[in-house]
Design a protein around this ligand. Structure first.
Ligand code: FES
Length: 144
């Protein structure tokens, strides 16, 4: 009975994984399984918090050294797609200066993901907007 249930659960999980991989592509799927840079940062130099039109909120935290992003993290109460996009927005921000950070847009995040469901593309724009908000916050404070 328990073996049967284990097999059923494993098959179901594999089916969900296969469907997710097909819909989101390999890059997003891997990040969904293992989201990087999740967490709150104390004393961030730049902090952004944006609520998207879908009602989900994202926060991004940036720590700079010599005007370069040395540490970054994010958190969101949103969907799996917003986790993926937030994670990539933060990854793209690492090692960048303010001029380079401005170049990180929703389109650029989607380019990296290569394949992403049309209905979830707005999650990439929420992540990019939040990153720009964190950059604004850093600039308003006068940089590092
Ligand atoms: Fe709101 Fe993904 S649906 S951020």
């Amino acid at each position: 009975m328990s073996d049967e249930f284990d097999t059923f659960a494993r098959d179901l999980q594999n089916q969900i994984y296969d469907e997710t991989r097909r819909a989101y592509g390999e890059i997003a799927f891997e990040r969904w399984l293992n989201p990087l840079f999740v967490g709150v940062m104390e004393n961030a130099d730049g902090y952004g918090r944006v609520t998207g039109s879908c009602g989900d909120t994202m926060e991004i935290f940036l720590k700079f050294q010599n005007d370069i992003v040395k540490e970054a993290s994010f958190q969101t109460d949103g969907c799996g797609s917003s986790m993926i996009c937030g994670s990539f927005a933060v990854e793209m921000a690492l090692g960048k200066n303010p001029d380079e950070l401005i170049e990180i847009t929703g389109e650029k995040i989607l380019e990296i993901l290569q394949k992403f469901p049309k209905e979830d593309r707005h999650c990439a724009f929420l992540a990019a907007d939040t990153l720009q908000e964190a950059l604004n916050n850093y600039m308003i404070k006068g940089g590092s």
